[in-house]
Design a protein around this ligand. Structure first.
Ligand SMILES: [Zn+2]
Length: 823
């Protein structure tokens, strides 16, 4: 696609144009405006230039969209653009000649004064005003974080660009774009592409930013994000990287973004295609509707991802950062043609998270990530409704953004990689990217390339995994025949195929490993029947059989094995998923067996991978045995914070006072916020004479997402100690605190403050609080006071309150007091 802009019309056409404007205006006033017909794209947009003027107070914007397009048909004189709930003020040509148009709540229809051909490039300018319901978001003021206030940012995917600019709002047209927008002088505005200019308007005390995206992309990727930011510069080779975070969080940015350069270099290498855009910027915004959005070269992320060094022990931003970065190739450079092929964006980005994990954190971390995606899919999947990955019958494109297009599709790529091997898999990605760069694609564009590169008919694979729903459900048994020295493996597929949505048979190669006391064999079988039996020569009774030993298959598996075999698998299997599955099976089949408990304890203390140790810690919660408790005490000092959290949880379940000194030591010394919170929750199980003083120490500790303070409030709540009242009053009355903290404090007062005069006067004061959650909570608690004073305060509010929800609460509390007072 060419993305050079030609301006408007040849000279003789301009003359004709003037003659015709009058004629068309005439026709438009007397004829029924436009015949109704389905929206059909008969043009190819080349470029869009948006001049945006935001009104933060009104949450509105006035815009001017200059759109250049080339007809896709001969005799082109009429076209339509998506424009949702816009007041279209004017449509004109660059020479100011007006153009006829009509607009409804969904689109603007433009009638050109004469016909154009496919050789022409037409430019029109649309002036509009809108109060966008979606697409652009004006962030509300946040008294706790001045930097969150006044942000303006966009989120258009899948089809919300039409709410903030007129456009062709589907992913199958690519165009270059420009944004010119003005923000307060202390704000920064990020958009796609190159910064052409940044102009200070001294008298208005504003700044005007002009950004230009020179390589074509789809309209849903056009972005703005503005607010008060600190800029951090970085590089990946020659590529400039930028991170925009709040000014008070500049030192925290590396916790989330430090690996970006490593990711860029890794993806460039593994995808076989250089990073496609001129820069890569990441900016955080408050209350974003997603974790992140991969705007071309300018990803927007939820500010929740920023965290300090201590929180870094509990979480990281790697998956999110890798996902949005991988979209710069899969999604932005090569884009799904319509949302039925969404997996070409989301499945690839999701699988790229695992690719980076394998590279950065090692094979076990990747195995665990695969296990987690498989598990997430299994938990979400609904046997009655098996939607295929390539799915046309969605009601709203928004519905496509689900576990099928993300986790399942990612797993399909993982299976494909396993089947054709790394060399051919990555060669296919490279060929796909270079063949379809800056284009929109559908599934067969990808699958054809894979088949060519692999030189293999993979129709069976793509058909069952992409065009059918579900997954194989295996029932597997085996027996060893001492006479013939053979292992007979019986593999049945039992998935419900009655509705025709799920394949009767999933065909696939599967790696089998038979493990004996002294010798093991590995062999690949190919499954292509609903019932199959496979025979293997094997001299002795196996100690375990691994079906799908690398766990590459998305499947449900019911493999009948003995307790010994599961224990062997738990303590020896090289694959994290196999060990986790062994834990689950042992818990289901042989709960309370000493051998199982011993195996869990060994696993808790010795497994090389933290997630397996963590799972063992959770499963040991029910075993009230001195040795189990000893193992859990040891695990409270595990090197991984998540294992420590699980061990503390399980240990606290024994409600034994003797662990309180341990929990207190952990709360005071551990560096992980989650571990500290877990210790506080644990301490709330069995109180002692130190409890109040100890919990109140943590009430002022700041932590990511406020988890430590929440745990302290929770613990004080269960303590029911009246000494908590002044603490709770301090938080509830402080309007600079978040409503979450204030309502937590109020919950505490409900527990210990009813009847207290100071609490009552605080609550009466809060009836006029500007925060509705605080106000509702105060009304609710006052209902327990049963005093004339509370009753009259509530009745007074009842006379002026407008919100139906709050009125309902008032009624309930008033009735409650009246009953209490015997009225
Ligand atoms: Zn994504």
């Amino acid at each position: 696609m060419s993305h050079k802009i030609k301006y408007f019309l040849s000279k003789n056409k301009i003359i004709r144009h003037f003659l015709l404007v009058f004629f068309f205006n005439f026709i438009f006033t007397i004829l029924p405006l436009f015949p109704t017909f389905a929206f059909e794209r008969n043009y190819d947009i080349q470029h869009i230039k948006l001049k945006l003027d935001f009104n933060e107070q009104k949450k509105s914007l006035s815009g001017e969209a200059t759109i250049s397009l080339v007809p896709l048909i001969e005799d082109f004189s009429f076209f339509q653009l998506h424009a949702k709930n816009m007041e279209i003020r004017e449509v004109k040509f660059p020479d100011h000649a007006a153009c006829s148009f009509s607009a409804d709540s969904k689109k603007v229809s433009i009638q050109l004064p004469f016909s154009f051909s496919q050789k022409d490039t037409i430019t029109i300018i649309i002036s509009y005003y809108t109060v966008p319901e979606k697409g652009i978001y004006f962030n509300k003021a946040d008294k706790n974080s001045p930097y969150r206030s006044g942000q303006i940012y966009s989120h258009s995917e899948p089809n919300d660009a039409r709410y903030w600019f007129p456009c062709y709002d589907q992913p199958d047209d690519k165009l270059t774009s420009e944004i010119i927008a003005t923000v307060p002088e202390n704000h920064f505005l990020l958009s796609n592409g190159r910064l052409i200019s940044e102009r200070r308007n001294r008298t208005e005390r504003t700044k005007t930013y002009h950004w230009r995206q020179d390589k074509p992309h789809s309209s849903y990727l056009i972005s703005v994000a503005a607010g008060e930011y600190a800029e951090i510069k970085d590089r990946a080779g020659n590529l400039p990287l930028y991170y925009y975070v709040y000014k008070n969080q500049k030192n925290l940015a590396p916790n989330s973004f430090a690996k970006t350069a490593k990711m860029v270099e890794f993806f460039e290498k593994i995808f076989g295609y250089p990073y496609p855009w001129n820069k890569y910027a990441q900016i955080v915004v408050a209350d974003y509707k997603a974790g992140g959005m991969e705007h071309t070269g300018a990803t927007t992320l939820n500010d929740y991802t920023i965290h300090d060094k201590r929180a870094h022990l509990d979480r990281n931003s790697d998956d999110l950062v890798a996902h949005e970065l991988a979209h710069q190739w899969f999604g932005n450079l090569v884009t799904c043609k319509d949302w039925s092929h969404l997996w070409l964006n989301e499945g690839f980005a999701t699988y790229s998270e695992i690719l980076f994990k394998e590279y950065d954190a090692g094979i076990e971390a990747a195995q665990y990530a695969i296990y987690e995606d498989q598990k997430f899919y299994s938990e979400m999947t609904d046997a009655k409704f098996h939607q295929p990955i390539v799915y046309r019958d969605y009601r709203d494109p928004e519905d496509m953004f689900n576990y099928i297009e993300y986790q399942k599709a990612g797993q399909v790529l993982q299976m494909l990689r396993h089947i054709i091997g790394d060399l051919l898999f990555f060669k296919s990605l490279k060929t796909y990217l270079s063949q379809y760069e800056f284009q929109s694609v559908e599934t067969k564009n990808f699958t054809n390339i894979v088949e060519q590169i692999a030189n293999k008919d993979l129709n069976y694979f793509f058909d069952q995994w992409l065009y059918h729903g579900g997954h194989p459900e295996f029932k597997i048994t085996y027996q060893w025949e001492p006479d013939t020295k053979q292992v007979l493996l019986y593999v049945r597929q039992v998935q419900d195929d009655s509705l025709g949505l799920v394949p009767e048979v999933f065909c696939m190669p599967v790696e089998i490993e038979i493990i004996g006391q002294h010798k093991s064999i590995s062999q690949q079988i190919f499954i292509d029947a609903r019932n199959d039996t496979f025979a293997f020569s094997f001299a002795s009774r196996p100690v375990n059989i691994r079906f799908d030993k690398d766990n590459y298959l998305l499947k449900k598996m019911d493999f009948i094995k003995s307790q010994d075999e599961w224990i062997y698998q738990l303590l020896n299997d090289k694959n994290v998923a196999a060990r986790l599955n062994a834990l689950t099976q042992l818990e289901e089949d042989t709960e309370n067996s000493l051998a199982t408990i011993l195996a869990f304890e060994r696993c808790l203390l010795n497994d090389p991978f933290w997630a397996v140790r963590r799972e063992a810690a959770y499963l040991l919660i029910d075993y009230n045995r001195p040795q189990t408790k000893e193992a859990l005490v040891k695990a409270c000092a595990d090197s991984h914070a998540k294992v420590r959290v699980a061990a503390i949880n399980s240990l606290s379940n024994f409600y034994d006072k003797k662990y309180n000194p341990l929990f207190r030591k952990i709360a005071e010394n551990d560096s992980s916020y989650k571990v500290i919170s877990a210790a506080l929750y644990a301490l709330s199980h069995v109180e002692d004479e130190h409890s109040f003083d100890f919990f109140s120490k943590f009430i002022d500790m700041d932590s990511h997402n406020d988890i430590v303070r929440s745990a302290a409030f929770h613990s004080l709540y269960y303590l029911k100690d009246e000494r908590s009242i002044p603490i709770a009053i301090r938080f509830a009355s402080d309007t600079t605190q978040s409503n979450y903290r204030r309502t937590s404090a109020l919950s505490l007062l409900k527990n210990v403050g009813v009847g207290n005069a100071d609490v009552e006067s605080l609550l009466i004061g809060l009836l006029s609080d500007s925060d509705r959650y605080v106000k509702k909570k105060a009304i609710n608690i006052l209902g327990s006071f049963k005093t004339e004073q509370s009753l009259s305060a509530l009745k007074q509010l009842q006379e002026t309150e407008l919100s139906a929800d709050i009125k309902r609460r008032l009624r309930i509390s008033i009735e409650k007091i009246e009953r209490g007072l015997g009225k």
